[in-house]
Every structure is written in C-alpha cells, then in structure tokens.
Ligand binder design. Structure first.
Ligand code: SF4
Ligand code: SF4
Length: 389
C-alpha cells in the first residue's frame, strides 16, 4: 500500500510486496503468542496439482464418497474463491499431542477416540488465526480465517508454506515435531512475502505406517484408499462395510494407528514427553451409555464430532460395531443394549445390532427378529450371520 498525493490509500497489485516483510514477521509472532506452534506464509495461487490429484482420486473412487475438499476441488484449491483478490495464505499449526491415559477401570465397555477429537482443538486454532486476521484488518487488508473448512486444502497450504512434508501415511509432518497437529489458514489480499520452505524432513526409507494400517488403506506410499480407512468410514453415511468391522476394534471416532507407529512422532515423545490429558479431554466413551442417550444428548455431548448429516444414528451404528468387537455377550448391560438395538425402529441399527449380537455369540437374541424382519438390509445381515432361522 502507499499514500497517494490526494491522501487516499492505493493498493498496488503486487504479487509480493517486500515492504510487507515486517508485517509478516509481526503476524508470525502474534500467531505464536496466540498458541500456534508453527506458522508459514505462501502465495494464494491455485493449487493446480492438488486439484488434479483430487479429481483423479475421486474419478478412481479412492475418496470413498468423502466430500470435504473432494466435494468441490475447483473451490477448495483456489484461495481466490474464499476471498476474491487473495494474495497470500498465513498457515498455522497447533499441536494436539497429549499423553494417552489408560482405559478407564470399572464395569463399562469403552470405545476409543482419536487424539485430535479428545477435545476441541479447532476452536483454539481458529482463535489463534483470528488474532492474525484482526491484525491484517487493522492494517487495512482483508482477511478470512479458514479452519476445518471445505473451502481450503489445509494440508497442501501448510506444505506449500514450508511447514512440513507429506508422510507416506498422507499426514503432514513438521520437521522435528511430527504430525499431531491441526492446520488452518488465513487467506488475505495482503501480498505478504512467502516463508522459505524447510528443506529438512522426509520419510526416507521408512515405510512403517503402511503395514501398521489395520485395513490396508494405505495402498501405496502417500496414497490412501478412503474406502478402507477406518477414520473415514466412522464418518461416512450408510452401512459400515461388514468385512472391515472386525478391524475397527473398539474405535468409536477416528484412528491413530498410522501416526502412532511413526518414528518422528515417537522421537518427539521421547525428547519432549507430551503433556498429560486434561479434564476436558475425552479419550474414551462408554459404549452402552452412548447407546442409551437421546439424540439431543448425543448432539449436545459429541456434537463437535463430524456426524454424517448430523444424524446421531451414525454414532449408534459405530457404537454397535465397537460393542460387537469389545463387549462381553454375558454382560447384562451389553445384552440390554443389543436387545434395544434389535428392537430399534431404524433398520440401520437393527442391521448392525444383528452383527454385534452374532459376533458376541448371542444369536439367541436375534430369534424373534429373524422370524419377522422384512427390511432387505437387515435380512442381508441375518443371512450373513447365518441367523435367518
Ligand atoms: S487412519 Fe487408520 S485406517 Fe486410516 S490409513 Fe491410518 S491406520 Fe489406516
Ligand atoms: S511411519 Fe515412516 S513412512 Fe510413515 S509417515 Fe511416518 S516416517 Fe513416513
């Protein structure tokens, strides 16, 4: 920007304005002060190769119906669509690394939550980036915060801003810090100078994450088949694929396996032990209690999770599969949950309850249903479990 002879402010249409170096440094400092662990700046040119990858993978079916940035690749890869006149992205990363507590003791049956969802980490990230956006606005520029938003390919923005490299597990790894980060951006019309990409990092010859995936979803280094990824399937609508249900184990939201085994994450844990989980963190959810809750209670308690179409039936679907894997068919509370699932008005729940009951050796609970069921999906489950009577 400069002041013209009539006193007005004129914005030069520079791709990058070197005079904005001090502003860029202020933004980085402010972001770190607001709790971000890493900050980088990149230009707002469209992410052309990312768009092609998204479109190719979508055409090949590897997205498994996943929408998010796949929903409209032309939009999610073009910062100008989020803010007309965009010139730069200020990209931030915030750690959610916490020590994993032991499973709770007691009589409950617990489902496991992925680390990024133990509590709301996007809120603090949004707040930190909000500080950046307000400082840009105070300096006469436009700015928009994009966090957990289908309008931006966060990982690619972070990569181009030099924050890290793509692991073979498709996560972004920050040099010397690992991958336990949420990512977000501020898109602005300020032509900020980009940060220099870090040369450090890279997976090298490591490929530990590929065999660690319980479903073989990492079909080759850096290529995820979402149709097999448990983290996505827990968020996908419809029937949970029957052949992948045993691999789900007790997971109820997300999957951390391909990050847990990652050497940079393990090294960081040894060097800097993670802080303990706080009171607000919820790494475990009691499955029977979840199944007993009303829709309103589920949305109030777990509404920060991505739930397909905001329909709590999908939380119950997931809980029934997890219960079938880690429950005890002789436990009275588990049996009552199965009986309730088999009597549910929703055929999706009856279908998954059939599977869970059969898996826990409680085919006897299904006898009444086998005689009267007319829904084709439930009948398919009954047949698959050999319980058609
Ligand atoms: S999140 Fe889990 S299921 Fe998905 S690729 Fe990683 S290890 Fe595999
Ligand atoms: S486990 Fe190894 S190959 Fe996989 S992301 Fe981590 S460093 Fe890369």
């Amino acid at each position: 920007m400069y002041q013209c002879e009539h006193g007005g402010v004129v914005r030069l249409k520079l791709a990058v304005d070197p005079d904005l170096g001090p502003l860029a440094a202020e933004l980085s400092s402010l972001a770190r002060g607001a709790g971000l662990d890493a900050v980088g700046i990149t230009g707002a040119e469209p992410f052309g190769s990312t768009r092609r990858h998204l479109e190719q993978r979508k055409a090949a079916g590897l997205h498994g119906g996943m929408h998010f940035t796949y929903g409209d690749p032309a939009r999610s890869t073009d910062p100008d669509r989020a803010l007309p006149g965009a010139r730069a992205l200020v990209v931030g990363a915030r750690s959610y690394r916490r020590a994993a507590p032991a499973p709770p003791r007691g009589n409950g049956v617990y489902g496991q939550v992925a680390r990024y969802s133990w509590s709301d980490h996007y809120g603090p990230l949004r707040d930190g980036l909000g500080v950046v956006a307000r400082h840009l606005e105070a300096n006469g520029w436009q700015a928009r915060v994009l966090v957990d938003d289908n309008a931006m390919v966060d990982r690619e923005a972070a990569h181009r801003a030099g924050l890290g490299w793509y692991g073979k597990n498709t996560a972004l790894l920050l040099p010397g810090k690992g991958s336990w980060f949420v990512l977000g951006s501020v898109v602005t019309d300020a032509p900020l100078p980009p940060t220099t990409a870090s040369a450090a990092g890279g997976c090298g010859s490591c490929a530990r994450c590929l065999p660690a995936c319980p479903t073989g979803a990492l079909v080759e280094p850096g290529v995820l088949d979402a149709r097999r990824c448990l983290a996505w399937l827990l968020q996908a609508p419809g029937t949970f694929p029957i052949d992948l249900r045993p691999a789900l184990g007790g997971r109820i939201y997300g999957c951390d396996d391909c990050q847990e085994v990652c050497p940079p994450n393990r090294t960081e844990d040894r060097r800097h032990p993670p802080p303990p989980a706080g009171d607000e963190d919820e790494p475990w959810v009691e499955l029977v209690r979840l199944l007993e809750r009303t829709d309103a209670e589920l949305l109030a308690h777990l509404g920060r999770w991505y739930i397909p179409r905001r329909q709590p039936r999908y939380l119950r679907r997931n809980a029934l599969v997890a219960l079938g894997n880690v429950g005890d068919g002789g436990d009275g509370r588990v049996v009552r949950a199965l009986v309730d699932g088999l009597a549910a008005g929703d055929p999706l729940l009856r279908a998954h309850a059939v599977w869970a009951a059969a898996r826990l050796g409680r085919g006897d609970l299904v006898a009444g249903l086998a005689a009267s069921e007319t829904d084709p999906e439930v009948r398919t489950e009954l047949a698959a479990a050999g319980l058609t009577g």
